[in-house]
Write a protein that binds this ligand. Structure first.
Ligand SMILES: [Zn+2]
Length: 244
């Protein structure tokens, strides 16, 4: 029983399983999240060798049996992203993005734009980025997380007060209201106060193509708070990689 299918996949996580196998947590274009077993990958004679490491983008041949774990029967590497794994700063940024995908899109449902965004994010890091002071504050990682939140339906509303609709001025951010809020709603919602320039920086990260680089520290710290409070309020989780 079962059937074999092809999938365009990124390895998000790789866990030891038994004597010689690994369970891979995959994000695929066709089916969203899939967990698959790569048999014998820890043997030196393995067909896959060490090729299916975390962050690898590959065309996989998968077999769907009766269990929840699918079996990998073939792999063609598209991009290994070995450069990211070899650069501690880029790797830390990539791990934040991987964890955000794992937590925000845990279901086996296709979201092609999430997959495309993940590949673009990893390819950007693979081209090489200048290490900044803190991977948590990196624009590429924050931009990717904000875009994922938008794709998950938690798009931050930033044009007018998300609480009362007032046109502005917008001085705070409320995850409960889903966006930037006016002074009165900041107090009433228990929102946090955004520092000057932060609202514009967050809006740019949401709207513009993903770029690498350093943001001014106050704006970056506020953007981290926007994503964290949104994860907590809407998803009920925290990212371990944001607190490494
Ligand atoms: Zn308001």
């Amino acid at each position: 029983m079962g059937r074999t299918y092809k999938a365009d996949a990124v390895v998000l996580r790789s866990l030891r399983f038994g004597e010689a196998d690994r369970v891979l947590h995959l994000y695929t274009a066709e089916r969203g999240r899939v967990n698959a077993i790569a048999k014998g990958v820890r043997k030196t004679t393995s067909r896959f060798g060490g090729r299916l490491e975390p962050l690898t983008h590959a065309q996989l041949l998968l077999h769907e049996g009766r269990g929840e774990l699918h079996t990998i029967s073939g792999a063609d590497i598209v991009t290994a992203h070995a450069g990211v794994r070899g650069a501690p700063y880029a790797l830390a940024v990539a791990q934040i993005g991987s964890e955000a995908v794992l937590k925000l899109f845990p279901e086996p449902e296709p979201h092609p734009r999430v997959f495309e965004g993940l590949v673009r994010f990893l390819d950007l890091l693979e081209r090489g980025i200048d290490p900044g002071p803190d991977p948590v504050l990196e624009a590429a990682g924050l931009g990717f997380q904000l875009k994922l939140l938008a794709l998950a339906g938690y798009l931050p509303h930033l044009e007018s007060c998300a609480g009362c609709g007032a046109p502005g001025p917008l001085v705070g951010y409320s995850a409960a209201s889903g966006g930037a809020v006016c002074e009165r709603c900041t107090v009433e919602d228990g929102a946090f106060v955004l520092r000057p320039g932060s609202l514009e920086a967050v809006a740019a990260l949401v709207e513009r193509p993903l770029v690498a680089g350093a943001l001014p520290r106050p704006a970056a710290a506020d953007a981290v708070r926007v994503v964290e409070t949104t994860y907590e309020h809407h998803g009920g989780f925290r990212l371990r990689t944001l607190h490494a």
